[in-house]
Ligand binder design. Structure first.
Ligand SMILES: [Zn+2]
Length: 335
């Protein structure tokens, strides 16, 4: 099935549109979610299970982190992302391999929005390239900004690097989901900021004594933000010495005054406990949503057993260490 046949037409969406005079991408996406819940039983069941999902709240360095028991995520959390495993499986984001019921809304930049059949949050979308091209942020950050703007402040958008949580490192994709209740957005409002700077139309800051190292940039100027991001990514690569794309997860949200970009620089892909045996094992593989304060735990026993200390150690291990984070910020400061 081609993307043209999979894309929902406005005629098909009409019963689900809320009668807006001018139909936007956001209206179409909302209508698609309703259409898919009616016509795709797998999604309908997944959304129902999400309504009843079990959670536990933790306090890490004075901030809330929510643990979510979500058995539907076992495939994604434990996905083998080495080259041999990826090369040996049909790509689940390529149009010919999607379930027959799965439909799409076209976006620009060669992207389509789809419902995530394994949701962690409400209105959980996958925004995927129509072509089978590698997951990379270079050249695609602009699309992420445009996507966040088109969806508006009810959603946040995210990018997981190919070596930090993306379960399809061979096929370019973003995700988006409802921003309601995501801890990091509350933390941005109420935590002490440090290293604040305003330069070239961009406000930048980190959070003091936070549960992990992150850098935030805010601006209403699309061009300036793109230029800043390219430079910041280059600086990070210099600091970490990586040959490929530096390991990052990104979160982007758009509001009236512009974009908020959160960069989570990474130390490693998965924590030690992921590979441990017996009582030391916790199947947790953090990506942008987890780092934003919603830790997805697909195993019942691990969900019951995990402690604040475990989460603290996991976050510490997968984020960039203090020394290299400081070096990166120094380069940023000089920019
Ligand atoms: Zn593909």
């Amino acid at each position: 099935m081609s993307w043209d046949r999979r894309s929902l037409s406005d005629d098909e969406l009409t019963p689900f549109l809320q009668g807006a005079a001018e139909v936007t991408f956001r209206d179409r996406v909302k209508a698609m979610i309703e259409q898919q819940k009616e016509t795709w039983p797998v999604l309908k069941d997944a959304v129902k299970r999400l309504d009843a999902v079990e959670t536990r709240d933790f306090q890490i360095a004075g901030s809330r982190v929510t643990g979510q028991y979500n058995p539907g995520r076992i495939v994604s959390t434990s996905a083998k992302v080495d080259a041999a495993s990826i090369g040996g499986r049909p790509c689940f984001l390529c149009v010919e391999n999607l379930p027959a019921e799965e439909r799409a809304i076209r976006f620009n930049h060669g992207l389509v929005a789809l419902c995530n059949p394994f949701p962690v949050l409400r209105d959980h979308l996958v925004i995927s390239a129509t072509e089978h091209i590698a997951q990379a942020i270079s050249g695609n950050f602009r699309s992420l900004l445009d996507l966040a703007q088109a969806l508006g402040q009810d959603w946040f958008c995210l990018y997981n690097g190919p070596r930090c949580g993306a379960s399809a490192p061979d096929h370019l994709h973003f995700q988006a989901a409802s921003a309601v209740g995501i801890p990091v957005f509350d933390d941005l409002l109420c935590r002490d900021k440090w290293l604040e700077s305003r330069r070239a139309g961009i406000e930048r800051f980190a959070l003091r004594e936070y549960r992990l190292n992150l850098l935030v940039a805010r601006s209403g100027a699309w061009d300036d933000l793109c230029e800043w991001f390219d430079a910041a990514l280059f600086d990070l690569k210099t600091v970490t010495g990586e040959k490929e794309e530096p390991m990052v997860n990104l979160v982007v949200r758009f509001a009236e005054n512009g974009w908020t970009v959160i960069v989570y620089p990474r130390g490693k892909h998965r924590p030690e406990c992921y590979y441990a045996q017996g009582d030391a094992k916790l199947t947790v593989s953090p990506a942008a949503i987890d780092l934003s304060g919603l830790i997805v735990i697909p195993e019942r026993e691990h969900f019951d057993r995990i402690t604040e200390r475990d989460i603290s150690i996991i976050l510490d291990e997968v984020s960039l260490d203090d020394e290299r984070f400081q070096s990166w910020l120094s380069l940023e400061e000089g920019a």
